[in-house]
Design a protein around this ligand. Sequence first.
Ligand SMILES: Cc1cc2nc3c(=O)[nH]c(=O)nc-3n(C[C@H](O)[C@H](O)[C@H](O)COP(=O)(O)OP(=O)(O)OC[C@H]3O[C@@H](n4cnc5c(N)ncnc54)[C@H](O)[C@@H]3O)c2cc1C
Length: 371
Amino acid sequence: MQQGISAFEDLNGSGHERVAYAPLSVAGGTRMSAARAYLHRATRRPNLRLELHCEVRRIIFDGTTATGVEVMTPDGEARFTARREVIVCAGTMESPLLLERSGVGDPDVLAAGGVPMVAANPAVGENLRQHRGAVFALRLRGVPGRNRELVTPAARLRTTARYLLRRSGALAHGGTTVLAVLRSSPAVAGPDMEVLFTPVSVSGHDGTSAGADAGDGVTVGFYPHAPTSTGSIHLTGPSAHHPPRLVPGYLSTGHDRDLTVAAFRRVRQILEADPFASAASETAPGPQVSDDDSVLRYVLEHGFAGNHQVGTCALGPEGAVDDDLRVRGTQRLRVADASVMPTLTTGNTVAPSMAIGWIAGDLIRHGKAVA
Ligand SMILES: Cc1cc2nc3c(=O)[nH]c(=O)nc-3n(C[C@H](O)[C@H](O)[C@H](O)COP(=O)(O)OP(=O)(O)OC[C@H]3O[C@@H](n4cnc5c(N)ncnc54)[C@H](O)[C@@H]3O)c2cc1C
């Protein structure tokens, strides 16, 4: 705010730079998962049965029509038959692999993996998109931060007790406390990057250590919003036990490399001005990381994946699924999860994934999205 960035109660919005407390999925001081929010309440319905601890191995087809799934249950193998249709929602990494194991995918990939083809769909497993970012670690001077609540076994015990008794302290926040949506440079029209402020620093700033630093510190992470780099994920064999071939494709376009360097510089500029400059000093990556090549190397070798993978069963004219989320080349089969997003959202992906679930519900029930 001191640097002219407006603070908002709700981070969501568009068009202008903004900073806000991170929105959290929390109810009564504990994490509210999608299962708790939606599924658990729905279990009272007579037409819903949840089969837990099961792994879907394959979709069963009659020709190109999906008729059910083959599942490994705690009691052994089982088959479930679908009266209407099969909805795949195994996530961006698993949905394409499940389709491929079932014979839906690029004919060359299926042939190399030893899977008989049911339907050719070359888009399956392609177009993998992910935020790629990196962090700055800062040592605080005269400001406490939260490392001291986590660093020793005694401190962790006190922090746990505080959380259990009062739902407050370091364990009551979601890691990242404050988010900012910024422009990487004054030349761009609108926000194109996100910055994440975490009131804890860890000694392995690249994720090699999960322990809090002994001194007071904070971590400031960033990533560009909408990468154009794409990767892929494909099977290497017919069973779920064959490891997939994952190509992340990070920073493979000039757009992403330029934006990443600009975003890195914008964050450092913020940290080199007050209020940060008078309260904190950068301990990582340090001054040796400043020219374009060293920034890109740092982001690739010591950065983080935003856990926002999307796109491997993308919507679109050339995509794996059509506008109604139906898998091209098949009947009675849809995908409804983050894998259908053709590009990354300008923000985190859990809320958009839930929105996809809502819209999929409308499409299945009413044949169209209901506003
Ligand atoms: C560590 C981490 C932190 C994240 N933090 C945030 C955050 O702070 N904010 C945010 O907005 N987003 C965050 N995300 C991203 C967000 O969680 C995802 O975008 C979202 O969960 C995607 O939803 P989905 O339904 O596509 O997939 P998922 O939530 O992954 O659901 C897929 C489900 O399918 C199951 N499954 C897979 N294969 C099979 C199979 N063969 N048989 C049976 N079940 C199967 C999986 O176990 C999983 O439960 C984070 C992700 C990770 C991994």
